[in-house]
Design a protein around this ligand. Structure first.
Ligand code: ADQ
Length: 489
């Protein structure tokens, strides 16, 4: 009953994430152009319509002058977004440094880049200080815009220090924190010099959420082993105070994809693609260009498949759409050149004067083009080395109601736990296994494809992003009511 009441009055939700769902591009002294950002967090949260939502985050740009700041605040207000202004030095140390160079690889079991190991060790403390400072700046903006009763939902590894900062400012604030990446085994987390401080800060939240039960379990064991706290089936207990820890698997706004397929511009685009690739099976990869996505491994597996199956060489094409991200980080620049080199080599090896086996695009596609691509695809390939969930696999399934294509999915993506029964699961490090799965998928009989697709389609259309957010927020409210009852007893 209480849940229904809070939903009916459209509860105010402050979503706090490092990046706003839009990036700002300066057009003049006081004029700004806003572009939608690409990424899983944005895709999922834009589907959440049930709450009166305000976004708080960085707009991806340094704005040193007051005129520019005022104009940007105004432009963003129309999108219900509130900016946090971070200067270049903080961005360098907090975002490029601590977040992207330390936490991101560590949480994905990739370790630190070899040649950067010593340099990172030296600059660790200054980067962690900048991380804490940035989190304090986020907390100040939240405090300024917070209205009593708001739910404050902090997102991701960039803001692990935020729950503590918020509770220090207002003990009564309802604070939830959700991690979009995996949380690694406690053996990995223990190597982090700031391991205890980060865990304690997260534990200041009322509710802590992960995509899968495994990640939640890893977090609880990190708290028991590193902090010596007690893990219970509900979460982590510290001197009588419980922080609830649970799994909340994310989803997508599946209706948006299904409806888009009926639009004339999407239908036209599908027709063009079908004509362009007539007589060939279409395989698809859509990823942010990131080392966790296993793009080189995917392309090498495709090469092995072509090597071993000469009869398929002119009958299949791999479309790899990889939007560049974090382009100022050297490791990402190296990955881009590596992918280009492998694609060039394979196209040189197996291409003909009229056709190449791999089309690789380094850019993002608009929503309609993406839906059309998903719909005409025969086999989607997701080969993440680690991935919190992976929404591309969900989006592909949502667009396959008529074609019933096959999903090849890495067992190291969180999505393997929800779509595992319908997909072909692979170890992306095993190129031979992925190559033979490609053959299996391309030759799969229609009745097996239908059965597998049905399983996944039911899951994707019933576990949506709306459901995910509603469940998280109502669990947060319940947790707070229970805590109040406990303290009264
Ligand atoms: P990401 O690592 O960004 O998300 P993912 O979940 O696959 O990964 O989401 C990517 C989103 O960006 C999808 O909505 C996709 O459509 C879009 N996208 C990717 N490449 C694109 C391109 N070239 N053109 C257009 N759109 C593109 C992080 C975690 C994931 C977790 C999500 C949500 O790393 O594991 O699933 O957050 O929690």
């Amino acid at each position: 009953c209480e849940r229904q009441d809070s939903r009916a009055s459209r509860e105010r939700l402050l979503v706090v994430a490092n990046r706003l769902p839009v990036s700002a591009v300066r057009r003049g002294v006081d004029s700004w152009h806003l572009e939608i950002s690409v990424g899983g967090l944005v895709s999922a949260l834009l589907g959440v319509k049930e709450f009166e939502t305000r976004w708080i985050g960085w707009a991806g740009v340094n704005v040193p002058d007051e005129i520019g700041q005022r104009a940007l605040i105004k432009a963003l207000a129309e999108k219900r977004c509130i900016p946090v202004f971070l200067d270049e030095e903080i961005v360098h140390q907090y975002y490029n440094g601590y977040c992207n160079n330390i936490l991101w690889p560590l949480f994905h079991y990739l370790g630190l880049p070899q040649e950067d190991r010593l340099a990172t060790t030296r600059s660790f403390q200054s980067q962690f200080d900048a991380y804490k400072k940035a989190n304090q700046m986020f907390a100040e903006v939240v405090k300024e815009h917070y209205v009593e009763g708001d739910v404050v939902w902090c997102h991701d590894y960039h803001l692990m220090f935020l729950p503590k900062c918020l509770k220090e400012r207002n003990r009564k604030m309802k604070v939830g924190w959700f991690l979009h990446t995996p949380f690694p085994s406690s053996e990995i987390h223990r190597t982090l010099p700031s391991r205890s401080e980060l865990l304690r800060s997260v534990l200041a939240a009322d509710l802590v959420g992960f995509h899968t039960y495994d990640y939640a379990r890893h977090f609880v064991s990190a708290c028991t082993r590193i902090l010596g706290l007690e893990g219970t089936p509900e979460g982590v207990e510290d001197q009588g105070r419980l922080t609830r820890v649970a799994a909340f698997p994310i989803g997508i706004d599946s209706d948006r994809f299904i409806r888009a397929l009926e639009l004339p511009q999407v239908q036209d685009h599908m027709k063009e693609l079908k004509e362009r690739f007539a007589g060939r099976k279409v395989m698809l990869g859509v990823d942010r260009l990131d080392m966790i996505k296993g793009i080189p491994q995917k392309i090498l597996a495709f090469e092995k498949f072509l090597e071993e199956n000469p009869n398929w060489r002119d009958k299949v094409v791999l479309l790899q759409i990889a939007v560049p991200t974090r382009t100022d980080v050297p490791e990402y620049q190296k990955l881009t050149s590596q992918v280009h080199e492998i694609v060039g080599r394979i196209n040189g090896r197996f291409g003909t004067l009229t056709a190449v086996p791999i089309h690789h695009l380094d850019r993002s596609l608009d929503f309609h083009a993406l839906c059309a691509l998903y719909a005409v695809t025969d086999v989607a390939l997701v080969t993440s080395l680690r991935d919190g969930m992976n929404l591309v696999s969900y989006e592909f399934v949502a667009c396959q109601a008529s074609k019933k294509g096959v999903l090849i999915l890495s067992e190291f993506a969180g999505a393997a736990q929800s779509l595992g029964a319908g997909a072909i699961l692979v170890n992306p490090w095993n190129v031979t296994e992925v190559a033979s799965s490609i053959g299996y998928a391309l030759n799969m009989p229609a009745d097996e494809r239908e059965k597998r697709h049905h399983h996944n389609f039911v899951h994707v259309t019933t576990h949506t992003s709306q459901e995910w957010a509603a469940t998280f927020v109502s669990e947060l409210n319940d947790t707070i009511v229970e805590a109040q009852l406990r303290t009264r007893q």
